[in-house]
Design a protein around this ligand. Structure first.
Ligand SMILES: *Cc1c(COP(=O)(O)O)cnc(C)c1O
Length: 426
């Protein structure tokens, strides 16, 4: 496979854009090599400017559950554009998508749309603070909630610590209200509650997809719910990635634990920039203009993005059995990887939730970020490079999740498993 044009394009991009990319993971820093520059895509396939084609297991990092250029979503976008790209005034399509989401999530009575997952989470946290009148928040090490200041936090290992910023440019004054706990470890959350004067919210990815795929234990979530109830703390499920990806009715339908608020993004935009946050009526009614907590956006509820999202979510609603089909394919893909690894004596851990799949080259089960970080990153980098050269586009970091779209067929899965064997043998 040749990457000459991509190499040239990357060189030029770096002259004008820091690192040549508009989101860091795209630069392939953790796996090496040149990121293919994409020319177009259709169905299961991405095509780069050198003419290489790839089966796409990234799906724009989650949004494209129907694959690239799904006809009904494409048509909804084109029709919306013809009526105007933005009005900065209310439209009926916002209510249609809102109703669809409210009808689907038990825990959402009202929802507000924004333009990214980052914005959704940032706003949800402000609202939780405004609603409870408390300042501190708890997040989990390894969970990603977008790049807003108070959430760009990592903590030292072990005990609960008040977070230190994980990026220059974030004053520690901004993160001193962010406490960091260990995923799937209720004792670490209790320590946060003991150390704090008042916790406004606990935010968690109930199916974590940003340290590889690591679902929360049911019992852990149940205890988290009890702890939040005890302290009048808002429980937020960040489902920007898992929402409409793992299942239709949200993580709450799998875990039987109901959050007070939910953040959404990715799939609900049908490939356009959309985020959303919603929750109980008494919390959402504190939001401006109904209540005092301010939040706004020039392009929020954009009609083109809403039309794409409505097309995607209503199509999912009518085809809920796709989740079973996608899960079966994801399971087969991971089973295939396990078979190949067993043959070659490579330790591997795999997980599937609906259309989401994840794997770690690790001999022990992964329950939290430290476990994930103990996986063989060098082997992952070689695996990634090898698969790319064979025409399989996997996420370029072992801390990401893979996705199956409806455009990926059983035959493509079997072909990919053969690719695993070829690549892992060398
Ligand atoms: C992607 C993601 C975000 C951030 O969304 P953006 O649209 O990239 O700002 C937040 N939370 C989770 C769980 C995500 O996966």
């Amino acid at each position: 496979m040749k990457f000459e044009k991509s190499q040239e394009a990357f060189k030029e991009a770096k002259e004008y854009i820091p690192g040549g990319v508009d989101s860091p993971v795209r630069a392939f820093n953790s796996v090496g090599g040149t990121p293919p520059f994409i020319k177009e895509a259709k169905g299961a396939y991405l095509y780069d400017i050198d003419g290489n084609g790839y089966i796409d297991y990234v799906q724009s990092w989650g949004p494209l559950i129907f694959g690239h250029r799904d006809e009904s979503i494409e048509e909804a976008i084109v029709e919306a554009v013809k009526r105007g790209t933005s009005f900065g005034a209310p439209t009926e399509i916002e209510t249609k998508l809102a109703k669809l989401i409210v009808d689907t999530f038990d825990s959402i009575d009202k929802v507000r749309f924004v333009s990214s997952g980052t914005e959704a989470v940032m706003s949800a946290i402000r609202l939780a603070r405004g609603y409870t009148g408390k300042d501190d928040i708890v997040k989990f090490s390894g969970c990603y909630h977008g790049h807003s200041d108070s959430l760009l936090v990592s903590a030292g290992s072990g005990a609960a610590t008040f977070g230190t910023p994980s990026s220059p440019g974030v004053p520690s004054d901004f993160t001193k209200h962010t406490l960091v706990a260990t995923y799937n470890d209720i004792e670490s959350v209790k320590r946060c509650f003991n150390e704090s004067d008042g916790i406004a919210c606990v935010i968690i990815e109930p199916i974590a997809g940003n340290m590889g795929l690591v679902p929360a234990d049911k019992e852990f979530l149940k205890e988290l719910r009890e702890l939040c109830d005890e302290h009048n703390t808002v429980l937020i499920f960040d489902e920007v990635m898992s929402g409409f990806r793992a299942t239709f009715y949200g993580a709450e339908s799998i875990t039987a634990v109901k959050p007070d608020m939910v953040t959404l993004g990715k799939v609900i935009g049908g490939g356009m920039p959309v985020g959303a946050f919603g929750g109980k009526k008494e919390i959402m009614s504190k939001l401006s203009p109904e209540g005092p907590v301010y939040q706004a956006g020039t392009l929020s509820g954009n009609p083109v993005a809403m039309s794409a999202g409505y097309a995607a979510i209503s199509k999912l609603k009518q085809n809920q059995r796709v989740y079973g089909v996608l899960e079966a394919r994801a399971k087969r893909l991971m089973e295939g990887l396990e078979e190949v690894c067993a043959k070659l004596d490579i330790p591997v851990q795999t997980t599937v939730r609906g259309s989401m799949f994840g794997f770690f080259f690790n001999d022990k089960e992964v329950k939290n970020f430290d476990d994930a970080a103990s996986s063989d990153e060098k082997l992952f980098a070689k695996f990634h490079q090898g698969m790319l050269n064979e025409g399989y586009y996997f996420a370029c970091s072992m801390y990401e999740t893979g996705f199956i779209s409806t455009a990926i067929t059983d035959e493509m899965i079997e072909e990919t498993i053969k690719g695993f064997e070829k690549v892992l043998r060398t």
